[in-house]
Design a protein around this ligand. Sequence first.
Ligand SMILES: [Zn+2]
Ligand SMILES: [Zn+2]
Length: 346
Amino acid sequence: MSKSKNPFCIKTIFKKIFLGFGLFLIICFLLLGVFYFDHKNKSELVEKEWNLRKIPIPLQIGTTETLSILPLINWHGSNSDLKMELGVSYLIKIDNHNILFDLGQNKLEEDPSPLERNMRLLKIDQNDIDSIFISHGHFDHVGGRRWEKENSFSFGNHQRDLSNKLIFASSALQYPGAVVKEIQEPSRLFEGAASLGPIPRKLFIGRIDEQALVINVKNKGLVIISGCGHQTLPKILQRVKESFSEPIYGIIGDLHYPVPSGRLNILGLNAQLLFASGSDPFKPISSEEIDSEINSLKELNLGAIGLGGHDSSDEVITKFKETFGQKFHTILVGKWIHIAQTFKTK
Ligand SMILES: [Zn+2]
Ligand SMILES: [Zn+2]
């Protein structure tokens, strides 16, 4: 009579667990491999799309005599009554327009949201804002994950009436009762202001098309305002060169320099660095690449430069501060950055 194996024997149980775990690991590696090669393929297609882009006739957008920027949401702040978070939002004042650039993150779905609260404390009335410019559809720029999922945006938990605003987005976003103009190429928005047009990028977490705002300041030149900087600095500068005949005077906002580490930690992983910088998680942006981009900015002899802490580390911000000295503006929620000022602020 043959001796049958006891299924409850410790040795058999361990063997089963070991085999099950091994199988699980193999499936994970296979899935990761499929995801990685799909990412590589899509990255190549996006690069091809960029190389085949239409080069526009340089835009004539007119000028503004004034330009002041007030950070409403960012990582660092000027006083502790204001709320800071991972998101981005700026109020941009030019001669005849008050533009709201992005709408923050509202991670905890607070009511009022950090953006609404800061606007109230800084005495910014929604009625004074005539246009909304959305750099891209990520949750930290459209007012939260809920609105990102709905392909929409909001100041806070409740969508206000925005029917009287000019709204410009880099992808097909929807908003109840309002017209959202999807920008598809470098375009004049109104006197003195333009969109740089969406620049595509395949991040490990998916494709994103981001636009920067360009303001043409009289007797100074172009000031680029950047949301997340997913486009990468070389492509932003290339697009400006192709689309405008004026020189670049400044660049203010957020570029993507989360080195040595970013602000977003998911399951112990440095998410901004691994999944949203460089070409893939095995080749994220390096210090050397950042140094070379700083050098390309130095060559432009800029009159103003500001780098936010939204997706750049404090180490990189310090490097910018040391490199650009007096020309550098620290981006702090609640602290005006005056590029060309003719009005008084408190
Ligand atoms: Zn983003
Ligand atoms: Zn961002």
